[in-house]
Design a protein around this ligand. Structure first.
Ligand code: UT7
Length: 323
């Protein structure tokens, strides 16, 4: 028998306020046409004043618990991927733990920017496989609207707020690629590329700062690295792109999503796309897309799903799982 980390619940939350591209036309030299054609984004959600990442994460976690038919006390741990935690510390994960009235187990944040959910899944899977935990809530939640420079048209039109959550449970598998659960992981980072995508604030500056990005450089790395990490993870699972039912990519840019699918030889019918409605929600984008993909009836039990993401660091990676 092999232990597997199987998804037993999923949920998401999007803030109420929907902002169409046209809203930026009044204050910036931009257009709905430019944003749509260069990124695929049509609208995004922005958190209300006072609404924090841990708020969004708590609502997504509650939805995942309801989906699984579980209570917070049934969880052993919460792992929250975010780069926009409410405060420098404590972790947003412990704030969610408190909001859920979960007084047992443990909670912590993972910070790998847009690849954060992939890193959090990898952490959760390792803890399950080692026998340390049986059930883990893995959340991706962000309020990137808080770190936007609203005068920078090359970044502020691209990002949005949201949260998604999965519950993973230790189950027995046969040790084959037919098992449900996480089958393989590939993680990478290369800190030499820090200046391509970073926030210019933090404890060293005494400010929370704004996101800075050399978009076309990040774009080049994304197209080159995403198909490769997805194929590496598939190979580790003894699978090939031909076995894939759904690619659930980080939702940054429809052109990156299309380019990655093309490199893997997969048609866009096999890709869950939410970028038009959510924009880039960083670590929240994959769990949001998984939750929406399931709700749309795209992702079904037994489907082979590949998730992949790249972001600040640069940090990138992929997870192969059978739903
Ligand atoms: O999630 C983390 C990972 N992040 C990403 O994956 C983002 C990756 N990058 C991208 O998605 C794309 O590079 C962007 C959508 C950010 C930009 O698309 P692009 O095709 O790479 O455009 P560009 O940056 O090369 O800019 C082309 C032109 C520039 O004008 P000039 O220099 O050619 O005159 C920009 O100033 O578009 C201009 N531009 C805009 N024009 C209208 C930049 N932003 C805007 C805007 N509206 N909002």
């Amino acid at each position: 028998m092999t232990k597997r980390s199987v998804v037993i619940g999923v949920g998401h939350y999007l803030p109420e306020r929907v902002v169409p591209n046209s809203e930026f036309e009044a204050s910036l030299d931009t257009s709905d046409e430019w944003i749509r054609s260069r990124s695929g984004i049509e609208r995004r959600h922005f958190a209300a004043e006072g609404e924090t990442t841990s708020d969004l994460a708590t609502y997504a976690a509650q939805a995942a618990l309801a989906d699984a038919g579980l209570e917070p006390g049934d969880l052993d741990a919460i792992i929250l991927a975010t780069s926009t935690a409410d405060l420098t510390f404590p972790s947003a994960a412990t704030m969610v733990q408190a909001r859920l009235e979960m007084t047992t187990g443990f909670a912590f944040d993972v910070q790998a920017v847009c690849a954060g959910f992939i890193y959090a899944l990898s952490n959760a899977n390792a803890m399950i496989l080692s026998g340390q935990v049986k059930r883990v809530m893995v959340i991706g939640a962000e309020t990137f609207s808080r770190i936007m420079d609203w005068t920078d048209r090359s970044t502020c039109v691209l990002f949005g707020d949201g949260a998604g959550a999965l519950i993973l449970e230790a189950q027995d598998g046969a040790g084959t690629a037919e098992d449900r659960g996480i089958l393989a992981v590939d993680l990478n980072s290369d800190g030499r590329y820090k200046d391509l995508l970073y926030v210019d604030g933090g404890v060293s500056t005494g400010t929370s700062g704004y996101l800075r990005m050399q978009g076309n450089q990040v774009f080049r790395h994304a197209v080159e690295k995403l198909a490769k990490t997805a194929e590496t993870a598939l190979e580790r699972a003894g699978l090939t792109p031909g076995d894939v039912d759904w690619i659930v990519p980080h939702q940054a840019n429809i052109r990156i999503i299309r380019g990655t699918a093309k490199k893997m030889g997969l048609s866009m019918d096999k890709v869950v796309v939410t970028v038009q409605d959510h924009g880039n929600t960083s670590a929240a984008s994959i769990p949001l897309a998984l939750s929406v993909g399931k709700a749309r009836g795209q992702i079904k039990q037994g489907d082979l799903v590949v998730t992949e993401a790249i972001g600040g660091g640069l940090a990138w990676g992929a997870v192969v799982l059978r739903w």
